[in-house]
Design a protein around this ligand. Sequence first.
Ligand code: SF4
Ligand code: F3S
Length: 119
Amino acid sequence: MTFVVKENCIKCKFTDCVEVCPVDCFYEGENMLAINPDECIDCGVCEPECPAEAIVSDAELSPDDPVDWVALNDRLSKQWPNLTKQLEKLPDADKYNRVDNPDVPDKMADLSENPGKGD
Ligand code: SF4
Ligand code: F3S
């Protein structure tokens, strides 16, 4: 069991989540974070911290979802650096937050696999 970061993190990257994770298992891409499923202890404390509601338990994932979020988080977390301290959100984070702006289209095509800086 693990929690995963989903699509609405893309182009937002609020990073409130990293501050609360007891095992520092968030990894930073250029415009999204990923959770390492092997390190996540399934505590759930990060989920309510995300202003983009981008973090969910794998138990809540739909089998019909076209994206395998556990596999994507696993792969990206292993190619990105660890992030443990909150950063400034991305400049257009509020504009691209689909919680507040439901008309923003799906952002998967905008996912960058480039690494962030980490800390
Ligand atoms: Fe970290 Fe807990 Fe969130 Fe897993 S569920 S990423 S261990 S805060
Ligand atoms: Fe992303 Fe939400 Fe964390 S937008 S960086 S999962 S607080």
